[in-house]
Ligand binder design. Structure first.
Ligand SMILES: [Zn+2]
Length: 334
């Protein structure tokens, strides 16, 4: 993943273009309606002229009296009510001449009272996906294409369920997690563990796709990206351009950390990893971790503190069976 093109200026520029586009659209609608319904033009422009006159009077120091002002306001209200009913009669939506916004919440500025609008965060993440190529992967890897036939129906040694029964149960729970995922947080966390080639990344892609499709903010990072390219360089103060991404670590509704355990890291960053996991739990934001490591190894690598948080607050999916990659390869030559 290439982080350098993630620039806030680009996103603000995108908002500017959206506002321009919508203004153009609104002018086109106005011209079209004025042409068809001259009475609407009369009403709209009459109101605008009277506003202008009142404003000029104010600038000239002769503020119009309260009585006049009330009369102008009343007339304008009546006019706009008439405009609405004329539009409706002519088969237009009543608000056809209202300002047009892609996001009515922030009026396409990206901000609501100095705070970022949710559409801003979505734009950030969309840019991340464009860079990460995840969009292509999600087209291929989703619940529809998850193939359970690779999981054996034979009993697994020392385990209560066959790999097939197990994966069916996991898929059922994963779909429930996705279905019940709601805005505002408190949706729980998932740990997927098991050996290589058992569909852990595939499963997290399925979950990522569904949560994204529901319009939530999902940040997907391999543990390499998280530790070696983000946490480390940012916290050591080596790369300030990562601050947006760093903010998203805490803000996004679902954070996916793929393949935990493959990173090369140090104690300082590992401590930050605990802070991240812990803070997201406190904020009620969901995290999904996939790893090849067993539970014992996890607690050895990331301390007991991390492990006890995971045991208390995560739903654990254990995947087992025969390596799917080997099976596919075997089938190729069979
Ligand atoms: Zn917005």
């Amino acid at each position: 993943m290439n982080h350098t093109p993630l620039r806030i200026e680009d996103i603000l520029h995108e908002y500017e273009n959206t506002r321009l586009k919508n203004k153009g659209l609104a002018y086109a609608r106005r011209d079209e309606v004025y042409e068809r319904l001259p009475r609407v033009k009369e009403l709209s422009e009459g109101g605008a002229l009277r506003y202008l006159a009142a404003a000029r009077a104010r600038v000239g120091g002769q503020d119009i009296s309260g009585e006049n002002k009330a009369a102008v306001q009343k007339e304008n209200r009546q006019n706009s009510a008439e405009v609405r009913s004329l539009l409706k009669e002519a088969g237009y939506p009543e608000d056809y001449l209202d300002p047009i916004y892609d996001c009515p919440l922030c009026k396409d500025t990206g901000y609501i009272d100095d705070k970022r609008c949710s559409c801003f965060t979505k734009k950030l993440i969309d840019r991340l996906y464009l860079q990460s190529n995840l969009t292509n992967i999600l087209d291929r890897e989703n619940f529809e294409t998850f193939d359970t036939t690779y999981y054996s129906k034979e009993p697994a040694e020392g385990l209560p369920k066959s790999p097939y029964e197990n994966i069916t149960g996991v898929l059922h729970d994963a779909k429930a997690f996705v279905r019940d995922f709601k805005p505002g947080g408190g949706n729980g966390n998932i740990l997927i563990y098991g050996e290589t080639g058992l569909g852990k990344t595939f499963l997290s892609n399925c979950i990522a796709k569904e949560i994204l499709d529901k319009g939530h903010t999902v940040l997907y990072l391999s543990s390499n990206e998280l530790f070696e390219r983000l946490l480390g360089p940012f916290l050591m103060g080596k790369d300030n351009s990562l601050s947006e991404l760093y903010g998203l670590l805490f803000d996004c509704e679902l954070l996916i950390i793929d393949d935990l355990g493959t990173e090369f890291t140090n104690d300082f960053v590992r401590t930050q990893f605990f802070e991240l996991i812990n803070r997201r739990i406190l904020l009620g934001r969901s995290t999904l971790i996939s790893t090849n490591l067993g539970l014992k190894q996890l607690s050895e690598n990331y301390t007991e503190r991390v492990m006890s948080r995971i045991i208390a607050d995560y739903t654990v999916f254990y995947l087992y069976g025969d390596n799917i990659r080997y099976q596919k390869r075997r089938n190729q030559y069979a």
